[in-house]
Design a binder for this molecule. Structure first.
Ligand SMILES: *[C@@H]1O[C@H](CO)[C@@H](O)[C@H](O)[C@H]1NC(C)=O
Ligand SMILES: *[C@@H]1O[C@H](CO)[C@@H](O)[C@H](O)[C@H]1NC(C)=O
Ligand SMILES: *[C@@H]1O[C@H](CO)[C@@H](O)[C@H](O)[C@H]1NC(C)=O
Ligand SMILES: *[C@@H]1O[C@H](CO)[C@@H](O)[C@H](O)[C@H]1NC(C)=O
Ligand SMILES: *[C@@H]1O[C@H](CO)[C@@H](O)[C@H](O)[C@H]1NC(C)=O
Ligand SMILES: *[C@@H]1O[C@H](CO)[C@@H](O)[C@H](O)[C@H]1NC(C)=O
Length: 496
């Protein structure tokens, strides 16, 4: 008895004593007390590895979680850790203080101190120790929780990272796909461009060819036009030569005839002293005098001393016909006044109207027949013949009287036979009470009201000649609206 040894092995933060022996031994007299403190290793969990654990027990732990993840939200967790550290320090300080108090109170009167006091004190101390330990354990638990949270956070971040990298991969793949698509399109485009260029060059070549062809054709046309012009010139010269020749021929014939007559009277076989013996009254005379060639001749009418140029038809139905109307190509305009129809117009060798006055004088010389020759655009000829034909004087509007119709241009006459007056646009002598046939049907004619014929209407060329009411009409041959191709009207003595 006598010596109390209090062996308190309390190692604090970084102490050199054995960390595994957590016990206190107290000797009191014959009794010795040994207190075994709870082993910290037995507690589950541990402190974070990056922190220096003030409590030594945790340093031996081997199960340290290693992470190569990036440091996490250091702010919050480090604050919490600091707070825990300071609490631990506080506790440690407090413990140190307590120890010193115990030592002080025991040393001066160790021997006097009754054992129960020591006991009590020891018990209190133990209680305090126990409290401390539980608190430490709680702190450790808290630390564990924090660590778990940190780990959760980290893993969440990792998951997110993984997801991010996955979506990045997806995006990369898509980008790659689009890039290849773009390059494919570019390829296509360049191929198309080259094709277009090829086509363009081809077209340019074709255009060039066409231009050349056009130039060639133009030059051909120019040369052909020149040729046509020269041909036209030649034709003009030739035709003028022709008509001049015809005229010359007629004059020659006439002079020959005169000479023959003179010779005949000179020989004395003929005692006829009448100066007019050799002067023809009409084409019948010319024919009887031995002229059998159609053409222009000179005749003398009544007591007139001036000859009249007429065209003689020596071929139709026995010849000897004095022609007073001819149309065959529309070269002469038949829209004329009363005076022009009276005096006549046109070229005796071409289209013409001999003149109403000459016709009146001619047919006043005797009894005459009329023959009308017509031809349609299909080449069909037809004629109308009247045994008797006479014309009144101008005072009686050149009235027309006809008799004895025969012919192929219709079963009946297309000309009115009962004494119809002659009308022009400026002299209305027709049988229409309220109209002017010469204005409606054009030309000058023996219009009835307005009748079945008008050989002096407008000349229509082929193709334009149907459905024409004001054309060259002979109703009973080709109907009321067909315009004929050629006509001629001529007279011959009834007893020819
Ligand atoms: C530590 O002790 C001091 C005073 O000693 C006190 O102010 C502080 O709040 C204590 N810290 C903790 C975490 O208990
Ligand atoms: C110590 O404990 C005993 C009984 O357990 C008690 O009677 C006594 O008063 C206590 N002494 C002190 C100083 O607390
Ligand atoms: C992580 O924390 C969330 C809530 O913040 C919780 O729903 C989830 O279960 C936790 N995960 C783990 C592995 O603890
Ligand atoms: C007829 O034509 C020839 C050329 O072919 C010309 O020399 C002559 O003068 C012409 N005669 C008449 C009358 O036009
Ligand atoms: C022509 O003769 C007729 C009689 O037959 C006569 O009345 C007339 O005056 C004559 N004309 C001329 C121009 O001689
Ligand atoms: C019509 O014939 C005449 C005589 O043959 C001729 O001079 C004229 O040029 C011709 N006109 C037309 C348009 O054919």
């Amino acid at each position: 008895r006598g010596l109390l040894v209090l062996l308190l092995l309390w190692t604090l933060g970084g102490g050199v004593a054995d960390k595994r022996r957590r016990y206190h031994r107290i000797q009191h007299g014959q009794c010795s007390y040994t207190f075994i403190l709870p082993e910290l290793d037995a507690c589950h969990g541990g402190g974070p590895p990056s922190q220096t654990e003030p409590y030594s027990g945790s340093q031996s732990r081997a199960s340290i979680v290693q992470r190569d993840s990036p440091p996490i939200d250091g702010d919050w967790s480090s604050q919490k850790l600091q707070h825990l550290q300071s609490t631990m320090e506080n506790n440690t300080q407090w413990l140190q203080k307590l120890e010193s108090v115990i030592q002080r109170s025991m040393r001066p009167d160790i021997t006097n101190i009754p054992s129960h006091v020591v006991h009590n004190q020891t018990a209190a101390m133990l209680e305090i120790g126990t409290n401390l330990l539980t608190r430490t354990a709680e702190q450790t638990h808290k630390l564990n929780v924090v660590e778990a949270k940190v780990l959760n956070h980290t893993s969440r971040i990792e998951i997110q990272l993984l997801e991010n990298s996955l979506s990045t991969n997806k995006l990369e793949k898509e980008l790659l796909l689009q890039t290849s698509e773009i390059s494919r399109l570019r390829d296509k485009n360049s191929r198309l461009e080259s094709k277009v260029q090829m086509l363009e060059s081809q077209q340019r070549g074709e255009l060039e060819d066409m231009r050349e062809e056009k130039n060639r054709l133009q030059s051909v046309i120019r040369t052909q036009m020149a040729a046509i012009e020269s041909l036209e010139k030649q034709l003009r010269v030739a035709s003028s030569n022709n008509s001049a020749l015809q005229r010359q021929q007629a004059q020659l014939m006439e002079s020959v005839h005169t000479l023959i007559n003179m010779v005949a009277s000179a020989t004395g076989t003929h005692t006829h002293t009448h100066t007019h013996t050799h002067l023809w009254r009409d084409c019948a005379d010319v024919y009887k005098a031995g002229q059998s060639v159609s053409g222009m001749y000179h005749i003398y009418l009544g007591n007139r001393t001036e000859p009249v140029q007429v065209y003689c038809d020596m071929e139709t139905s026995g010849g000897g016909w004095t022609v007073f109307q001819r149309r065959f190509n529309g070269s002469v305009d038949f829209q004329r006044s009363w005076k022009e129809y009276k005096m006549g117009f046109g070229d005796v060798l071409g289209e013409h109207w001999l003149g109403n006055e000459v016709l009146y004088l001619l047919t006043s010389q005797g009894q005459y027949s009329l023959r009308v020759e017509v031809r349609d655009w299909e080449g069909n000829p037809a004629h109308a013949q009247y045994d008797r034909f006479s014309l009144a004087s101008e005072k009686q509007q050149y009235r027309l009287y006809l008799r004895g119709y025969t012919g192929t241009a219709g079963r009946q006459s297309s000309l009115a036979t009962h004494g119809t007056g002659f009308s022009t646009r400026d002299q209305d002598n027709d049988n229409c009470d309220h109209c002017k046939c010469a204005l409606m049907l054009t030309g000058g004619w023996w219009f009835d009201a307005c009748g079945f014929s008008n050989l002096n209407g407008i000349y229509y060329s082929v193709g334009n000649n149907i459905r024409k009411l004001n054309g060259i009409k002979w109703h009973h041959f080709r109907g009321p609206s067909y315009s004929l191709r050629s006509t001629s009207m001529m007279v011959r003595p009834y007893d020819f």
